[in-house]
Ligand binder design. Structure first.
Ligand SMILES: Cc1cc2nc3c(=O)[nH]c(=O)nc-3n(C[C@H](O)[C@H](O)[C@H](O)COP(=O)(O)OP(=O)(O)OC[C@H]3O[C@@H](n4cnc5c(N)ncnc54)[C@H](O)[C@@H]3O)c2cc1C
Length: 393
């Protein structure tokens, strides 16, 4: 390999939410990092993301709170609605009520905007910290160093953090636990301009329509300008090549044919705006994330179903905690073990609860019109503060 070997203290594979948060946390603590991202250019796809109070609190601790609030919506109220009648089955206040209760706001924004906030913060801290076109191909540990083979050359560091998502090459190198498994859910998602909708009255600003085996979540993003629409359906298997495809509007329309006119209105708009169809993939729980000087964060460690809106939140919390553990300046392997002790239980619990909540939503006999509202899900320990939680557990 003709490329020089770079030597940074901490190597991070993947510039997604988990990798960027880890890197920002470390740079703020004075630790040098190099983020190795496979993409040649940064182009975040995948519509929008909700950030619960535990996530916004963690992002505040990384110094990006102000930039985040400038591009995010703060939903005021949320409701579960009957798929055919549109009747509210359950509603709760968000906005100031939630912020006062949990000490930090609930925000919703485009994923691209969140990504931009994080990349800008990283580049302000160190313009050289991000290496694009550097797909991780292999990992070696020797003599207290980690060497990473990438499409852009070899890099060595004191440790490697795998933040490379559900199809993680770092996880494969550590554990070789095979390809992710299909979870039985398909999602169609996209963002549509609000002005194109027939329904003007989007009250409340966040809603989930529940039907037999299917659901549709919609919320505003970019002020009043756009609506994030994501639908979930249970299916027997995923037969497509790949895991994200341009959606066929006819499939979407057929799947929601008998739903409320407001839902069909959103489905028609989605069909016009290049929605994507995603197979949702997961993995069996890893009892351990660390091997020597390498560990995992975010979806690489614990991919989860999106039904609690906590996948990105856990990725953010992981990043903040990983940075805190490594910045203590002790032995690297001990720091990675400390990270895992603090994070494993909470992340694993969240994965299990997201599974259970998905089943509860999609197996509810809503079609029987039995009028029984779903119980409000327990909030996901929204008051958890990853920036101050003790490290010495
Ligand atoms: C439909 C849907 C809706 C969701 N909604 C929410 C929500 O509202 N709230 C919430 O909290 N979470 C939500 N999530 C979950 C959330 O999106 C993920 O948990 C989160 O993006 C995980 O971040 P990550 O950084 O771990 O992984 P990713 O976002 O997957 O980032 C991984 C990065 O690593 C790079 N990479 C991959 N392989 C390599 C390699 N070999 N070498 C170098 N780089 C590599 C990728 O290009 C990418 O940049 C949702 C998920 C889905 C599917």
């Amino acid at each position: 390999m003709s490329e020089p070997t770079y030597d940074r203290s901490v190597l991070i594979a993947g510039a997604g939410i988990a990798g960027l948060c880890t890197a920002i946390g470390l740079l703020r603590a004075g630790v040098s990092v190099l983020v190795l991202e496979q993409a040649d250019e940064l182009r975040e796809v995948g519509a929008a993301v909700s950030l619960a109070p535990n996530a916004t609190r963690a992002l505040d601790s990384l110094g990006v709170g102000e930039a985040l609030r400038a591009v995010a919506n703060r939903p005021q109220r949320a409701a579960l609605k009957h798929y055919r009648t549109g009747e509210e089955l359950l509603a709760y206040e968000m906005g100031d009520v939630m912020a006062a209760r949990w000490g930090s706001p609930y925000l919703q924004l485009l994923r691209a905007d969140l990504h931009t906030v994080l990349v800008d913060a990283l580049r302000r801290l160190d313009p050289t910290a991000l290496r694009l076109g550097a797909r991780v191909l292999g990992v070696e540990q020797q003599d207290g160093r980690v060497t990473v083979e990438t499409a852009a050359g070899r890099y060595t560091g004191a440790c490697l953090i795998g933040a490379d998502g559900v199809r993680s090459a770092v996880r494969a190198a550590l554990y070789g636990d095979g390809a992710p498994r299909f979870t039985g859910y398909v999602a169609w998602r996209g963002v549509v301009p609000t002005r194109e909708l027939k329904q003007r009255d989007l009250d409340p600003d966040t809603a989930v329509y529940l039907g037999p085996g299917r659901s549709l979540l919609r919320y505003r993003v970019r002020g009043m300008e756009a609506l994030n629409v994501v639908t979930f359906a249970r299916v027997d298997h995923w037969t497509e090549e790949g895991w994200s495809l341009a959606a066929d509007p006819r499939d979407l329309q057929a799947a929601f044919e008998h739903w409320h006119p407001d839902v069909r209105d959103m489905i028609d708009a989605l069909g016009r705006h290049s929605a994507f169809k995603w197979g949702l993939f997961g993995r069996a729980e890893l009892p351990q994330w660390q091997r020597g000087r390498v560990s995992l964060v975010g979806d690489a460690a614990h991919p989860m179903l999106p039904f609690l809106g906590q996948g990105a939140a856990m990725a953010i919390e992981d990043g903040v905690l990983m940075a805190r553990a490594l910045a203590q300046g002790h032995d690297v392997e001990a720091a990675l073990a400390c990270y895992e002790r603090v994070r494993h239980g909470r992340a694993t619990r969240t994965v299990t609860r997201a599974d259970a909540h998905g089943l509860r939503l999609h197996q509810h006999p809503i079609d029987a019109d039995d009028g029984t509202p779903l119980p409000q899900d327990d909030f996901m320990e929204f008051d958890f503060d990853v920036a101050t939680t003790p490290l010495n557990v």
